[in-house]
Design a protein around this ligand. Structure first.
Ligand code: HEM
Ligand SMILES: *[C@@H]1O[C@H](CO)[C@@H](O)[C@H](O)[C@H]1NC(C)=O
Ligand SMILES: *[C@@H]1O[C@H](CO)[C@@H](O)[C@H](O)[C@H]1NC(C)=O
Ligand SMILES: *[C@@H]1O[C@H](CO)[C@@H](O)[C@H](O)[C@H]1NC(C)=O
Ligand SMILES: *[C@@H]1O[C@H](CO)[C@@H](O)[C@H](O)[C@H]1NC(C)=O
Ligand SMILES: *[C@@H]1O[C@H](CO)[C@@H](O)[C@H](O)[C@H]1NC(C)=O
Length: 329
């Protein structure tokens, strides 16, 4: 009897700890069904409204999720204001945008269900809606993330890649959050929407500081176009489309551009052409996606789900912020 009792206690403990493990580690699609059933409707409506005002906001929100998830996981840390904010890190300063729209979505969600939905989850839903409303794929998002208590500016500076980095260097940063080379190529397809400031990339279009010549991989018409639009002595804040042939549409044109020498950043172009060792492998994937739009969309969704699963805070970790810009008092 005693033995059985112990066994039962043991199996009860085992079951409990497994439940705890599941609750801690697993996000769910129906996390807010009981507590905030209208959250999807509200976020969709607000993203739609913001895109009617400015199509580009879809791209800006998508990029925010990338920049949030690569720094301390998908914990809404990018939204925190302050001197140590991630907003002021080099990859984000004067660049990351969409914070006011996130505030608006958060207020609308708070009005319907106060203190329930995290800023990290709001961004995950808004990002999916942004892609969908740009003509891209739909997918079910996993939810239940909680918001972090700290921003990490140095983490943002070190974990996010720059437009002149090698694929190897970018892959190393992706690998440290559990993403692989396929994810690098599929997620780079996010550059099918949105814009970049001239100052970020224009030196590769000129014989800049005696660099010798513009990057020889650049296609002729794009070269003269960008030279006219983005002179190195012009306004570095002026913006141009990342995907010059289909700016606002979420499709595989980005990969077709790469095969035509029309990548905007060196880091984009190197996925298809150039002398880097990894280019042989990434080019095969670029060719696949350029030929099969659906394959790109399917892989993009898989990689987005992987990215949105980076180190979420769950259970009783973190908090549900009332205001995305500050931790609760
Ligand atoms: C692979 C390495 C990547 C590099 C080096 C890179 C670099 C950049 C740069 C330099 C900009 C323009 C910044 C500016 O104008 O100030 C940009 C914009 C953008 N990036 Fe990336 N990116 C990368 C990956 C990603 C990923 C993984 C996503 C999302 C899944 C993404 C989504 C975007 C979007 C949508 C924009 C346009 C934002 C807007 O118009 O507001 N990027 N990226
Ligand atoms: C900031 O990010 C870096 C790089 O990911 C990490 O090593 C560090 O522990 C983080 N710091 C805080 C305070 O979260
Ligand atoms: C990357 O990971 C996915 C699964 O998440 C897998 O299907 C794919 O083959 C991997 N790619 C590489 C290059 O390892
Ligand atoms: C690039 O500029 C340097 C001076 O900065 C000059 O010596 C060189 O001839 C130029 N190269 C080309 C191809 O124009
Ligand atoms: C771009 O805009 C920011 C913020 O308005 C400003 O601080 C910066 O000087 C501008 N940069 C250029 C190159 O004009
Ligand atoms: C590789 O190509 C880049 C231009 O895309 C060039 O600047 C660099 O010198 C090349 N490196 C080697 C080792 O050929």
């Amino acid at each position: 009897m005693k033995r059985f009792g112990n066994l039962n206690v043991c199996s009860l403990l085992l079951t409990l700890s497994m439940l705890c493990f599941i609750a801690r580690s697993q996000l769910r699609t129906d996390f807010y069904s009981p507590s905030c059933p209208n959250v999807f409707k509200i976020v969709r409506r607000e993203v739609q409204r913001a895109m009617m005002n400015e199509m580009r906001i879809a791209a800006s929100l998508l990029r925010l999720q990338f920049h949030d998830c690569f720094v301390n996981g998908c914990d809404g840390s990018i939204f925190l204001d302050g001197d140590d904010s991630e907003k002021l890190a080099f990859p984000n300063r004067n660049s990351a945008r969409g914070f006011e729209v996130v505030d608006t979505i958060k207020s609308a969600v708070e009005s319907a269900c106060s203190g329930i939905v995290s800023c990290a989850d709001i961004l995950t839903i808004a990002t999916r809606d942004s892609v969908l409303l740009s003509g891209g794929p739909n997918w079910k998002v996993l939810l239940g993330r909680r918001d972090g208590m700290v921003a990490n500016q140095s983490g943002a500076n070190s974990n996010l890649a720059g437009p002149t980095e090698t694929i190897q260097s970018i892959l190393t940063k992706f690998a440290s959050v559990g993403l692989n080379l396929t994810d690098v190529v599929s997620l780079s397809g996010a550059h099918t929407i949105g814009s970049s400031r001239c100052g970020v990339f224009n030196t590769r279009f000129f014989n800049f500081s005696g660099s010798g010549a513009p990057d020889s991989r650049i296609e002729d018409s794009m070269l003269s176009d960008i030279q006219n639009t983005c002179p190195t002595d012009g306004d570095g804040n002026k913006t141009v489309p990342l995907d010059r042939n289909s700016v606002d549409l979420f499709d595989n044109q980005y990969y077709k551009n790469l095969l035509n020498g029309q990548g905007l950043f060196a880091s984009d172009q190197s996925l298809a052409t150039g002398n880097e060792t990894l280019t042989a492998t990434t080019r095969t994937i670029v060719e696949l996606y350029s030929n099969q739009n659906q394959r790109f969309l399917d892989d993009f969704v898989k990689s987005m789900i992987k990215m949105a699963n980076i180190s979420p805070l769950t259970g009783t970790d973190g908090e549900i912020r009332k205001n995305c810009r500050t931790v609760n008092s």
